[in-house]
Design a protein around this ligand. Structure first.
Ligand SMILES: Cc1ncc(COP(=O)(O)O)c(C=O)c1O
Length: 423
């Protein structure tokens, strides 16, 4: 038993959660009909397919849960991440605006990407900062429209992630520092060069495009809802969402708030221990987002953010139940469990940022340190937990190091020990 050791997990209950029947922040960013609009757009993209919802029934039984459902975004449009849903929808909306199209003027994806439209779009050039996945989505969408994209990454970004962006013809600039430094640099350069920023994070005076990006993410949740209905489930009981700036988590949690109000699934926002700006903001309990400084040292590249997106934060403050932060080995364990499942469960290929929620759920269910949180969240045999595998093998070298070489192992003091009498 390990109960005399300090828990490696940090968590805090959101004091503001479930105080509102309807969150104004959710209504503003995810207005009625937006999920249908986003999905209607995505459906026209050549190669669009609903991504699988995989049931890990045997793992759920082993952990004492009713079900674990994984929305597997590793196969989204062959781009290996959900991010393309947001970048493409925002670029679509921006292109419509540049073309001066009214809201009721329908335009198909093939019309939008035609040479004639390209002429009308003129010199429109996109730019964004990224940890890799968002930049790849923006580069993909810009290429589809025949337009240029400038993508800024921070100096810790792996070669593989940079190459994956360049594959779509975008120019990549490496900025010294963190993701947040790259965000500042691209804002400065774009203002000088006249590029249109398509950022997944917001800041004062720049909120509309990040809200379009969040609207684009709704497609994965509306697909998941239909897939759960096909399994006879009205909704999940719990939702675990990984977070960097918080846009994905806010979309998922906001989407369920939009559908079910105070009856929405219990939600947990999961961050890396050394990049936990949302948890810190919740802990400050003043309703404001709080930035953190430092190296943001984590293997979870997609979640290495020190500054919450203010528009996402508003939704999380209104609706997220718990914020938690995990060490890197929790994500690495999640990757291995996804990739080498129990017999009968389907394998899931998941990168560090994609897998952390499974690792966190397992730690809560298996470890003595998870007992209090397990009870507070009401996790048990009646629970149907929804997770999002937000990325596939986006950094093959690191993936192999984790999966094959076993880097970032669970420390011996936190190794799972089956209860006495269980083999
Ligand atoms: C794979 C992956 N998962 C999750 C996230 C988190 O999204 P957000 O920054 O909106 O919180 C990211 C962000 O880049 C990501 O790349």
């Amino acid at each position: 038993m390990t109960t005399d050791l300090e828990s490696p997990l940090e968590w805090v209950k959101n004091p503001n959660a479930r105080s509102l029947e309807r969150s104004p922040a959710v209504s503003a960013i995810l207005p009625p009909g937006i999920a249908q609009a986003a999905r209607g757009f995505h459906r026209q993209i050549p190669g669009y397919r609903t991504t699988p919802l995989k049931g890990l029934g045997n793992l759920a039984a082993m952990l004492g849960l009713g079900g674990i459902w994984v929305k597997d975004e590793s196969v989204r449009l062959n781009i290996s991440s959900f991010k393309v849903l947001g970048g493409s929808f925002a670029i679509y909306r921006q292109a419509r605006r540049t073309l001066g199209l009214s809201d009721d003027r329908k335009i198909s994806f093939s019309e939008l990407t035609s040479p004639e439209m390209r002429e009308h779009l003129g010199n429109l050039t996109f730019a964004t900062a990224t940890d890799g996945n968002h930049g790849r989505g923006v580069a993909w969408a810009a290429k589809a429209l025949g337009l240029k994209a400038f993508i800024y990454v921070h100096s810790g970004t792996s070669r593989a992630r940079i190459r994956a962006i360049e594959e779509f013809g975008a120019r990549v600039t490496v900025v010294k520092g963190t993701y947040d430094d790259a965000v500042r640099q691209v804002a400065e350069d774009a203002a000088r060069e006249g590029w249109q920023i398509i950022s997944d994070t917001s800041w004062k005076g720049y909120e509309e495009i990040p809200s379009w990006i969040m609207q684009g993410y709704t497609t994965l949740f509306s697909e998941a809802q239909e897939q759960l209905a096909g399994q006879g489930l009205i909704r999940p009981t719990h939702l675990f969402m990984q977070a960097g700036v918080g846009a994905l988590a806010a979309t998922g949690i906001g989407y369920y708030h939009m559908l079910f109000g105070k009856e929405a699934p219990i939600s947990v926002v999961v961050e890396p221990l050394h990049a936990n700006c949302l948890l810190r903001s919740a802990r400050a309990a003043d309703g404001e987002p709080h930035n953190m400084a430092g190296a943001l040292d984590t293997i979870m590249a997609g979640l290495a953010c020190g500054e919450p997106s203010p528009i996402a934060w508003k939704i999380l403050w209104d609706c997220a139940d718990v914020f938690m932060a995990c060490p890197d080995y929790v994500a690495a364990k999640g990757m291995r469990v996804y990739g080498i499942p129990l017999a009968g469960d389907p394998p899931v290929i998941s990168g560090e940022s994609g897998a952390v929620t499974l690792g966190a759920l397992m730690f809560i269910m298996e470890s003595p340190h998870g007992a209090v949180l397990r009870e507070q969240l009401g996790l048990g045999p009646d629970s149907q937990v929804l997770l999002v595998n937000s990325e596939g093998n986006t950094d093959p070298e690191y993936f192999r190091r984790v999966a094959w070489e076993g880097v970032n192992p669970v420390p011996p003091e936190f190794l799972y020990e089956p209860p006495a009498g269980r083999s």
